[in-house]
Design a protein around this ligand. Structure first.
Ligand SMILES: Nc1ncnc2c1ncn2[C@@H]1O[C@H](COP(=O)(O)OP(=O)(O)OP(=O)(O)O)[C@@H](O)[C@H]1O
Ligand SMILES: [Mg+2]
Length: 447
């Protein structure tokens, strides 16, 4: 039996009135693997604990298989939870630990068959007679999974179950969890702040920021069509390049997006998506380019839909199978609150008072840090009428990261031609909402 979990306008307020989960609506299908993804403190665990019944729902409804479930006791919900700090009973063997919930549920029944079957499924038959202190971290986590599975719950709730493990083991267990939950076909809600984990596990990924749902969609869609700059920046490595631009229509009529001293000339006739930019003329926007949207090549070799830029090599990151080249294109990066080096949230920022010795970037970051529940992007100053001035404190290096093959020889200080694939150009407005590609496809004008 697997179940549908539905959250309807669910909010959570702890003591001092701050909503840590804000009107969250989410329908999770029976058998679905849904990942709750977001930065630390965005409310992921709180959501999971409300589903489990460990935390009261302040407002809104939880439905399990369509039935109102806000007031059900945790035990009545028939769900199994796996935590980051999987607490196994130290005085029980693996067998004892896995069998424990079975014995609680039905003291008369012999837990052995279920425990053995579960251990076989997880490949831990050899570990059944050991105590937790005799197991490695990964083995312990497998036993903890066993304890959750043995009961045949109708849903799994997993809260960063892999984050205490080293990278190799994490990848290994990640694949195991994916296989296991697929085989069992049990609805799973999985919490993580690791986007690559979310992308590789989820049927769908729900991105949370400051207790507010930003987007819920398949991994492919959140990557390809992020609703706003926060989702765009949270998902994908290397992080999407976010540059501050201005939409312009110079005298010859061609629409451009200027990036500092350079610009992207949008091909005529304008695509439907680019036509939408008309209303942004003269305004600052955020240009989003994933590292695969830009390639190192001369303008003469441009394909249709590609436009030229140049970049100054700042730094070359060798990664073995590829290299990441950090270019200075003379543009300024946009800052996304909650993603930049985390300043503790809610603490008054004493530094903000004395801005004198700070760079522009510092100031942008400081503002970003204070805008937790505000817009998803921060543009520091009002739109520029004339050409964009250079940043007063000099360059902000490495504003554009491009991924390329390792055979290419690049050195710091080289000026390199780049081609931007406009099919992969994102434009976000000043509040960080995506305006191009269009949020929803426009009805076909010719139809
Ligand atoms: N019992 C509590 N009382 C008051 N505030 C709480 C309580 N539990 C959590 N919070 C606050 O609610 C917010 C969300 O917490 P939550 O644990 O859900 O975040 P999270 O997304 O799971 O973060 P992390 O990735 O760090 O685990 C945080 O700001 C946290 O400080
Ligand atoms: Mg948490």
């Amino acid at each position: 039996m697997t179940r549908a979990i539905s959250l309807q306008d669910v909010s959570k307020t702890y003591t001092r009135g701050r909503r840590v989960v804000d009107r969250l609506s989410l329908d999770i299908e029976p058998g679905e693997f849904l990942v709750l993804l977001g930065p630390s403190g965005c409310g992921k665990s709180t959501v999971l604990r409300m589903i489990a019944g460990l935390e009261e729902i302040t407002d809104g409804q939880l439905l399990l298989d369509g039935e109102y479930a806000n007031d059900l006791l945790p035990a009545e919900r028939d769900m199994a939870m796996v935590f980051q700090n999987f607490a196994l009973y130290p005085n029980m063997t693996s067998r004892g630990n896995i069998g424990f919930p079975l014995r609680v549920e039905n003291p008369a029944a012999d837990p052995r068959p279920r425990v053995d079957a579960t251990a076989r499924m997880l490949g831990i038959e050899d570990l059944l007679d050991r105590f937790p202190s005799q197991l490695s971290g990964g083995e312990r986590q497998r036993v903890a999974m066993g304890r959750a599975i043995a009961r045949h719950p109708s849903a799994f709730l997993m809260d960063e179950p892999l984050s205490n493990l080293d990278a190799k083991l994490r990848n290994h267990l990640r694949a195991e969890i994916a296989k296991l939950t697929r085989d069992l076909g049990v609805t799973t809600v999985y919490v993580t702040h690791d986007q690559s984990e979310a992308m590789s596990l989820g049927d769908r990924v729900a991105v949370l920021r400051g207790g507010v749902l930003q987007q819920v969609d398949t991994p492919r869609s959140v990557y390809a069509l992020p609703r706003n700059v926060f989702v765009a920046a949270f998902i994908g490595t290397p992080r999407i390049n976010l540059l501050r631009g201005v939409v312009r229509a110079p005298l010859d009529g061609a629409m451009t997006v200027s990036l500092g001293k350079q610009f992207l000339r949008l091909p005529e006739p304008l695509s439907l998506d680019h036509q939408l930019l008309r209303v942004q003329q003269g305004r600052e926007v955020i240009v989003g380019l994933r590292s695969e949207a830009v390639r190192i090549a001369k303008p003469a070799s441009a394909r249709p839909g590609e436009v030229a830029l140049t970049g100054l090599v700042e730094h070359v990151e060798f990664q073995g199978h590829e290299i990441l080249v950090h270019f200075d294109t003379g543009s300024r990066p946009a800052v996304v609150p909650d993603l930049e080096a985390a300043r503790p949230v809610g603490r008054p920022d004493r530094r903000r008072r004395r801005e004198g010795g700070h760079t522009v970037l510092d100031r942008i970051k400081e503002r970003a840090g204070s805008l937790r529940a505000g817009p998803v992007a921060v543009l520091d100053d009002p739109p520029q009428a004339g050409p964009e001035p250079a940043a007063p404190d000099g360059r902000l290096p490495g504003d554009l990261v491009v991924r390329t093959t390792p055979d290419i020889q690049l050195r710091h200080g080289m000026q390199v031609p780049l081609l931007v694939d406009l099919a992969h150009l994102f434009i976000f407005d000043q509040h960080g909402e995506r305006i191009s590609p269009a949020p929803a496809r426009l009805p076909d004008l010719e139809a």
